[in-house]
Design a binder for this molecule. Structure first.
Ligand code: NDP
Length: 240
C-alpha cells in the first residue's frame, strides 16, 4: 500500500518541491495551501497532486480536512509541517497582530496538524512528522523576533514530541533551512539579497529541492533511528 503524506503549504516554494519529491518516491501526496487558488490549481494540474485549501492555524479546519484525507486515503503516514509566513519588523514597531499571525501559522499549526494525525500513527505504530524550522530560529534575526520565536518553538516541539513517540515507531524531526530561493526570500530588495548571499559560505541561495531531499531522507522507513533532531541545510551559514 502506498504511504500517504500531507505537506502543509505544499503548493509553492519549498513545500511544492517537497510534495513533488515525495510523489516521485511513490507516496500519495496531499498538498495543503492557504489562499492562493490559482497557483494551487496550476500546481495540481502540472504534477497530478491533490490540493486542499485550509488554514493550518485553525484547529477545527485541520481536524475537518485531516479526517477527510483519512477517509479518502485510509491513513496519514507522513506529516510535513511546512506552511509558514513572515511579518517582519523591529519589536518596538511591530503589532500584536504581527506576533499572533506568525506564531499561529508557523508554530500553532504544528500542534494542530500533529494532534490530528498522531492517534492514527500511534495505532499503526508508524509515522514521520517533519517540521520546517529556520536558521533564524537557531541563531535569531533582527526584525524577526516573532519568526525566530516561532521557529525556535518548532525545534522544542520536535524534541518533546519525539520523546513522547519514541516507542511508537513515530519519528519527529525538524529541518532548519538557510536562505532558499523562493518567493519569501525574493520579496526582499536586491541589495539585501546580495548581502545575504555574501554571508553564505557556498555563495548562493539554497534550492527548494535541496530541502525536499532532506525531507525524503527523514521520511524513509530506514531513517527510524533518527528522531528529535534538527537538520541544518544552510550552505554553511550557521553551524548549530
Ligand atoms: P512560500 O511563501 O513560498 O510558500 C508558503 C506556503 O505556505 C504556500 O503554499 C502558502 O499557501 C502556505 N501557507 C501560508 N499560510 C498558510 C496557512 N495559514 N494555511 C495553510 N497554508 C499556508 O514559503 P517558502 O517556501 O519560502 O517557505 C516554506 C517554509 O520554509 C516556511 O515554513 C518558511 O518559514 C520556511 N523557511 C523558508 C526559508 C526560505 O529561505 N524560503 C528559510 C527557512 C525556513 P498560499 O500559496 O495559498 O499562500
Amino acid at each position: 500500500m502506498k504511504k500517504v503524506a500531507i505537506v502543509t503549504g505544499g503548493t509553492r516554494g519549498i513545500g511544492a518541491a517537497i510534495s513533488v519529491a515525495l510523489k516521485e518516491q511513490g507516496y500519495t501526496v496531499v498538498a495543503n495551501y492557504g489562499g492562493n487558488d490559482a497557483v494551487a490549481q496550476q500546481f495540481s494540474t502540472k504534477h497530478k497532486i491533490d490540493v486542499m485549501k485550509w488554514d493550518v492555524g485553525n484547529y477545527e479546519a485541520c481536524q475537518i480536512n485531516v479526517s477527510a484525507i483519512e477517509e479518502k486515503y485510509g491513513r496519514v503516514d507522513v506529516l510535513v509541517n511546512n506552511a509558514g509566513i513572515t511579518r517582519d519588523g523591529f519589536l518596538h514597531k511591530s503589532t500584536p497582530e504581527m506576533w499572533s499571525a506568525v506564531i499561529t501559522t508557523n508554530l500553532t499549526s504544528c500542534y494542530n496538524m500533529a494532534h490530528c494525525v498522531i492517534n492514527g500513527m500511534r495505532d499503526r505504530s508508524f509515522g514521520r512528522i517533519i517540521s520546517i524550522s529556520s536558521i533564524n530560529g537557531q541563531k535569531g534575526q533582527i526584525g524577526q523576533v516573532n519568526y525566530s520565536a516561532a521557529k525556535a518553538g518548532v525545534i522544542g516541539f520536535t524534541k518533546a514530541l519525539a520523546l513522547e513517540c519514541a516507542t511508537k515507531g513515530i519519528t519527529v524531526n525538524a529541518i532548519a533551512p538557510g536562505y532558499i530561493d523562493t518567493d519569501m526570500v525574493r520579496a526582499v530588495s536586491e541589495t539585501v539579497l546580495d548581502g545575504i548571499i555574501a554571508q553564505i559560505p557556498v555563495r548562493r541561495l539554497g534550492q527548494a529541492r535541496e530541502i525536499a531531499n532532506a525531507v525524503v531522507f527523514l521520511a524513509d522507513e530506514k531513517s527510524g533511528f533518527i528522531t528529535g533532531t534538527t537538520l541544518s541545510a544552510n550552505g554553511g551559514q550557521y553551524m548549530a
